[in-house]
Design a protein around this ligand. Structure first.
Ligand SMILES: [Zn+2]
Length: 509
């Protein structure tokens, strides 16, 4: 089949337009300081954690060949990736960042070209995702060419400079999320793909899934993703420090090429440029179309994105279709079998794990985290609890709670619990008062009137804020702002409230 470049014009270009339309104004955001309540919460939240354990730091730095400098520029002269932007992430956690997230942000700041094992390399920090390069018989096998043409090209050029100037001999898309295929036009000239019959391998259903969700809900999703990833926040200790999965998304030129070979069976052995791969089809968990693989001769297991050094999202805050926690956990159970002979695990985000026992523990903890969330949400749901009640009461057992890669640096336990409820029962919690409530503006006006007017509601919110009761302050202020979007005092206090909640949060998103 002829390979033709296909740009995801309608959705992804729209996304870029939206992103530029939402760029920050020249006015700097107000930068606040952490409140005493926030500082206390930080101290309490990390009591159980071994923040000084160096294992992850050793792994995140292992095999460094070279570290890039400077910036990756976008088509309009805008900065897509600044390799020096996170130099401030050093030393002890500042009071404006959850200490556990600070530790994770330091680990993701270990960027560069790394040797994973003989013939396998990774580029980390060129985008939110990793590009993995595997040495084939005639050239480089590229696993996931990052999000944009610009970051994909920069990463490959950097690898060629240090590893040798070989041609691309095959491309593997691990899954249908744009940060894993969008940069393909930066690593391959479409005509070259056709002329040299370069295989492009992807999981079954890749093309449909790569375009459907992003197109149909693209406008809303792109807008919400700006907030999820803090795109317009300054890189600072009170701004953007991480995304959990890596540093920034490169919002540049996105494209895709149709795959030439699909992995459709549960397990398939494929020779890719002289290297024997076993691919595993794992759809409908982290992504609707996804594959993992092993390279037996290198004792390597690649977990794509069903594994990461963080609890993942069952429902991203930007919005998406809900992911199936039970199926995800089942795939991780199978991953223990697939990785039985592996001495190295690598994923398409964060850093690798070396050693068979360490890999088994890593996969087991992730498996159990998704299964526990799933089972406990169902148990409490069947006992009659609502999503908000379950989210407020659930806790991971200590064995998972203290394991760093099971913690919510990207995903979030509370949000995931609501997703599991929604997956089975929908957004309605079964309370008739929530079956047909008034829309937000209407209900806000009536609540504010009931409170004795906006000034009284605002005073109550200020009192809640002063006591560090930010969830209640946000609830009150949300009504005041919805009742009157011109109430600047309420908007400013709500912004300060959100800021403290952001400072407290362990999840980067
Ligand atoms: Zn990803």
């Amino acid at each position: 089949m002829a390979t033709q470049p296909l740009r995801l014009a309608s959705s992804l270009l729209l996304s870029s337009l939206l992103l530029s339309a939402c760029s920050p104004s020249s006015k700097e955001p107000t930068i606040g300081a952490a409140s005493p309540a926030t500082i206390k919460l930080h101290q309490d939240s990390v009591q159980k954690l071994s923040l000084n354990d160096q294992t992850d730091f050793v792994n995140a730095k292992r095999g460094l060949i070279a570290r890039p400098e400077g910036k990756i520029m976008g088509p309009n002269g805008d900065v897509l990736i600044d390799f020096d932007a996170y130099q401030f992430i050093q030393g002890e956690a500042p009071t404006t960042v959850n200490p556990s997230l600070w530790r994770h942000a330091k680990l993701n700041a270990e960027l560069g070209l790394f040797k994973v094992t003989d013939g396998i390399y990774q580029l980390r920090g060129f985008d939110i995702s990793n590009m993995t390069i595997i040495e084939g018989q005639t050239g480089w096998i590229i696993v996931d060419p990052l999000t944009s043409k610009e970051s994909g090209a920069a990463a490959l050029a950097f690898a060629r400079k240090h590893l040798g100037n070989k041609d691309v001999s095959a491309i593997i898309f691990t899954h249908s999320h744009a940060d894993h295929f969008g940069g393909v036009l930066g690593i391959a000239n479409p005509q070259e793909l056709i002329d040299r019959h370069i295989p492009v391998i992807a999981p079954d259903g890749f093309m449909e899934e790569a375009t459907s969700e992003n197109v149909l809900a693209g406008t809303a999703m792109a807008r919400r993703s700006i907030y999820q990833f803090g795109k317009n926040l300054p890189h600072s200790a009170s701004g953007n420090i991480d995304t959990g999965l890596g540093k920034n998304v490169s919002y540049g030129t996105i494209g895709v090429v149709p795959p030439t070979r699909f992995i459709t069976k549960t397990s398939e052995d494929v020779n890719v440029d002289g290297v024997a791969f076993t691919f595993y089809n794992v759809p409908g968990a982290e992504a609707p179309a996804e594959l993992t693989f092993t390279i037996p001769e290198k004792k390597a297991y690649a977990g794509a994105e069903i594994l990461a050094q963080t609890m993942h999202n069952l429902l991203p805050i930007r919005g998406a279709k809900i992911r199936d926690a039970q199926r995800w956990s089942n795939y991780l159970d199978q991953a223990l079998v697939h990785s039985a002979k592996a001495e190295v695990y690598f994923g398409q985000h964060n850093w690798p794990v070396w050693g068979h026992d360490q890999i088994s523990e890593f996969i087991t903890k992730q498996r159990d985290t998704y299964q526990y969330m799933h089972d406990q949400t169902l148990r409490l749901m069947n006992a009659g609890m609502t999503p908000l009640e379950i989210a407020d009461s659930i806790k991971l057992p200590k064995s998972l709670e203290t394991y760093f890669s099971a913690r919510g640096y990207y995903g979030d336990l509370r949000h995931n619990v609501k997703a599991i409820y929604q997956f089975y029962l929908g957004a309605y919690d079964g309370n008739p008062a929530h079956l047909n409530p008034l829309p937000p503006q209407d209900v806000a006006k009536r609540y504010v009137a009931l409170a004795g007017g906006a000034d009284k509601a605002l005073a109550a919110a200020q009192s809640a804020f002063d006591q560090g009761d930010y969830r209640w302050a946000a609830e009150l202020l949300n009504h005041v702002v919805f009742a009157d979007s011109g109430n600047t005092n309420a908007k400013e206090l709500l912004a300060k409230t959100y800021e403290q909640m952001g400072f407290q949060s362990e999840s980067a998103t």
